[in-house]
Design a protein around this ligand. Structure first.
Ligand SMILES: *Cc1c(COP(=O)(O)O)cnc(C)c1O
Length: 515
């Protein structure tokens, strides 16, 4: 072994800032204990705080300072976190956060993140127990979602990456030429794929990233339940073949982002089989409908997908980031990303037995130990606890829909099948444009007053207040409060003339800018 015995020991351990291990481990241990105490106090009282609040300008200014040359030490840096970061959350740990589709995380998941960082493996496939943790997590997920146990899979940053990689495998598996060698520009027939117009924009981004081009993505109409119209799919495939295109894939939705709609997966699987298309399912949150007997039938056929993308950081409440991709034909998956590299060839024994197994399933080589938070959480809470979250959130969406439906002032704008409710406040005699303006203002005020965080969307051209419940902390009385507050804010805006209908002479707009 090589040692620097010729140098004085003092020179190797200088008492200057710059060594990254603590001089006093006990001091850091105590700070760590304080951090854990603070985290638990904070999470256990999240309900008592506003759901959201803006970051004030003086706080934002504190983020514009240059990188310090000399450190202030761990304790003082942590004080900055407590002063500048902690008070201004997005709100997704709060019981009344229902915006976009964002999970809450869990207290235990936070501890698991710390363990993963401390253990700090690179889960590329080199020999470490971390690889087995990820393999087991993937096996458990296949079990819970009734997916083929022979499928290949890996954990990713989220659903966007899972959609992208699923389609990357699809391109290679279904190209009619050697696309890996020649590239898409040499395609004898331009490759095209299909999805409903309700499909998440990550699929659109994937199409760009893969070099397919926007026009290759045929966005098709939906029915009154916001599901892909299958006759339109069949007609589009036939028309494209006639015109010399090569249809290679269809993306089906298990839970659309706008309304939670689930396409008819079994029938789409039939079409895909008949037409030799790769079927990719975006089940970012909706795949977990499989855990709730009351809605499980909606995702029948999901197990027939060639690839399935879903998120663990949404409905499974695992801290962000964590998504997952399954590819039913394991060989296609490996072929898509395996490139020979001298520095990663397997050796018969030692650390490199598998080369870089996970590194050969996607673009990333260095990979975080995100599997640990899933593994520990499922061990700690049991899959039944997660099924209960799904069941409860689905029931809560039905409950909120009922609150909306029985109220004359509110109008639902989409069917509620899963966990998403879209509605608006209505005033008789007001045009859609007037109501858009009113509901936009309601949405912003509900957030700014810290009451709740719904998000918004546009359905059939109408602005909708959108509630997507993937929140294990939500209670029914949170939904009661939310509806009452929406009505209070709306009445106030209308009565004070803050928002006026267009026929009253002025364009609908904010009148008292003092607020
Ligand atoms: C959230 C979501 C995505 C994107 O997933 P990320 O984890 O945010 O990358 C894709 N599709 C649907 C339906 C989603 O809800």
């Amino acid at each position: 072994m090589h040692t620097n015995t010729d140098r004085p020991a003092a020179a190797l351990t200088p008492q200057i800032h710059g060594l990254l291990d603590p001089d006093d481990w006990d001091e850091l241990r105590q700070l760590g204990h304080r951090m854990v105490d603070d985290v638990m106090s904070d999470l256990s009282t999240v309900r008592d705080r506003p759901a959201w609040r803006p970051v004030p300008e003086d706080v934002r200014a504190a983020f514009r300072t240059p990188a310090p040359e000399t450190g202030v030490g761990p304790a003082q840096a942590y004080d900055d976190f407590r002063d500048l970061v902690l008070p201004y959350p997005l709100g997704n740990t709060h019981p009344r956060f229902w915006g976009w589709v964002i999970g809450t995380g869990t207290p235990y998941g936070a501890l698991a993140e710390m363990l993963a960082a401390a253990f700090n493996p690179n889960v590329s496939g080199l020999r470490t127990a971390a690889v087995h943790v990820e393999e087991q997590v993937i096996a458990w997920m296949k079990e819970l979602l009734h997916f083929d146990e022979k499928a290949e899979g890996l954990l990713l940053s989220g659903g966007s990456m899972a959609n992208t990689l699923g389609l990357a495998v699809a391109v290679q598996a279904r190209a009619e030429f050697d696309v890996a060698r020649l590239g898409l520009s040499r395609a004898p027939h331009p490759m095209v794929l299909y999805a409903s117009r309700e499909t998440h924009y990550s699929v659109h981004k994937a199409v760009r990233l893969l070099g397919l081009g926007d026009e290759s993505l045929r966005l098709l109409p939906v029915d009154d339940q916001f599901r892909l119209e299958i006759p339109k799919l069949e007609a589009a495939i036939a028309a494209d073949r006639d015109q010399g295109y090569h249809p290679f894939a269809v993306v089906a939705n298990a839970g659309t982002v706008n309304t939670g709609a689930v396409d008819d997966l079994a029938t789409i699987a039939d079409v895909a089989e008949r037409e030799n298309l790769w079927m990719h399912v975006d089940g970012a949150f909706g795949a977990f409908a499989a855990l709730d007997p009351s809605v499980r039938h909606l995702v029948d056929g999901m197990e027939r997908a060639d690839s399935l993308a879903f998120d663990l950081h949404k409905w499974m409440c695992v801290p962000i980031e964590c998504g997952c991709l399954f590819v039913r034909d394991a060989e296609s998956h490996r072929r898509a990303f395996t490139i020979q590299a001298d520095y990663l060839t397997p050796l018969p024994r030692g650390t490199a037995v598998d080369g870089g197994r996970f590194g050969n399933l996607g673009p990333q080589l260095s990979r975080s130990f995100r599997a640990l938070k899933v593994w520990l959480s499922i061990k700690a809470h049991g899959s039944e606890a997660y099924a209960a979250v799904v069941r409860r959130n689905v029931a809560q969406a039905a409950y909120l829909s009922k609150l909306v439906d029985v109220c004359d002032e509110l109008e639902r704008l989409a069917p509620t099948l899963l966990n998403v409710v879209c509605f608006r406040y209505v005033v008789s005699g007001w045009t859609d444009a007037d109501l858009d303006e009113l509901n936009r203002e309601i949405t912003m005020r509900v957030q700014e007053e810290g009451i709740a965080v719904p998000s918004h969307t546009v359905l059939e051209g109408r602005f909708a207040i959108r509630v997507a419940i993937t929140n294990h902390r939500t209670r029914e009385d949170d939904l009661d409060l939310f509806v009452a507050e929406v009505r209070r804010i709306a009445r106030d805006l209308v009565q004070r003339g803050v928002i006026r209908p267009s026929h009253s002479g002025t364009k609908p707009c904010l009148q008292d800018s003092g607020e």
